[in-house]
Design a protein around this ligand. Sequence first.
Ligand SMILES: *[C@@H]1O[C@H](CO)[C@@H](O)[C@H](O)[C@H]1NC(C)=O
Ligand SMILES: *[C@@H]1O[C@H](CO)[C@@H](O)[C@H](O)[C@H]1NC(C)=O
Length: 168
Amino acid sequence: MKFLLIACLGSLVFAQQGPADLQGPGPFVRDLKADVLRDFPELCFSSTNFRLFLENQSWSLFPFCGKAECVKSGADYIERVHDCGPQPKNGEACTIANLAELQRNDTILEYPSCCPKYVCPDGVTLEYPTQEEIKAEIQKQNQAALQAAKEAAAAREAAGPQAAPGTA
Ligand SMILES: *[C@@H]1O[C@H](CO)[C@@H](O)[C@H](O)[C@H]1NC(C)=O
Ligand SMILES: *[C@@H]1O[C@H](CO)[C@@H](O)[C@H](O)[C@H]1NC(C)=O
């Protein structure tokens, strides 16, 4: 299940910008502004594996289930992300046909093999979160990350004087 959760969080992160087609299960493709390093303005930087990529090269987004591609658009670079898209809201009504495969810990499945394949009983249709629901969930996660960073900074500050007993 850990892998599914990661895949789910990953798709939320990557849903942050650009239009997404939410009509049904994949393929989900969206364009993000590429990460570019100051010293390498002609290359896309991948923060998942800390490597630089040339125009038209693609790379795996492992541990997320997806792949990205470095695309030049005018003077700008775009990271074109392909992933499994949002998790269905009523996924528990269905079974995941490739669950055993997804849960194996001795193989790394690349996109699109790492996407869950839902099989639903007759009459059950998968429902996907709306664009607004996805945005709200991302905002919630961003707030939580910001709050955690602030709390960590406050804890470091509070621990500061104790960490230097000689000065007390
Ligand atoms: C990248 O792909 C596009 C579209 O296929 C092509 O027009 C362009 O020349 C390619 N760029 C490089 C550097 O291969
Ligand atoms: C991987 O799976 C095997 C078999 O299910 C299990 O024995 C092993 O502890 C697992 N390893 C990790 C790192 O989870």
